[in-house]
Design a protein around this ligand. Structure first.
Ligand code: OFO
Length: 169
């Protein structure tokens, strides 16, 4: 059975993951408005990943005998100055999410919830991957600068990203 403290921490994180899904959905719309369809695809994969992250925790809380309660999702930003500005925002957001998962691990440690610690390990590893992925695109965007041809080449590359349903836990 999950403790009330751990349950509350998971419910807040489910909300944060759903907010991430919402934020990337908003970024997807921004790229659609620029006709950058590879970036649209990259964001679409991100949206699906965040949904899977939220559902992983949702299912876990239920499996541990807890009760899921959903909270309101705050409105995401809807406009950015450039693709570079979007990816700067994505990296800052993922770093924030990493700090949240670390805080969740702190609750698991403080309540001696070893099952939750094992479960959360997957999320910690996922954050390493997320930050590296985003950092890679960001570095390319910085090199590209104002070169439209290079931006279109990157757009083509991002069109190849595919969603793989993660096995969480
Ligand atoms: Fe759920 O990893 Fe991104 O936010």
């Amino acid at each position: 059975m999950i403790s009330k403290e751990m349950e509350k921490a998971f419910l807040e994180q489910i909300n944060a993951e759903l907010y991430s899904e919402y934020l990337y959905l908003s970024m997807k719309a921004y790229f659609a408005s620029l006709n950058l369809n590879g970036f649209v695809n990259w964001m679409d994969v991100q949206v699906q990943e965040e949904h899977a992250h939220a559902m992983g925790m949702y299912d876990y809380v239920i499996e541990r005998g807890g009760k899921v309660e959903l909270f309101a999702i705050k409105k995401p930003e809807c406009d950015w100055a450039s693709p570079l500005a979007v990816f700067e925002a994505v990296l800052a957001h993922e770093e924030y999410v990493t700090s949240r998962i670390n805080a969740l691990m702190d609750v698991a440690e403080a309540t001696k919830d070893r099952a939750a610690m094992i479960f959360l390990n997957w999320y910690l590893k996922e954050q390493v991957e997320e930050e590296a992925n985003v950092g890679g695109v960001l570095a390319q965007l910085k090199m590209i600068g104002t070169d439209a041809n290079a931006l279109y080449a990157l757009d083509k590359e991002l069109a190849a990203r595919t969603f793989v349903q993660p096995v969480i836990g």
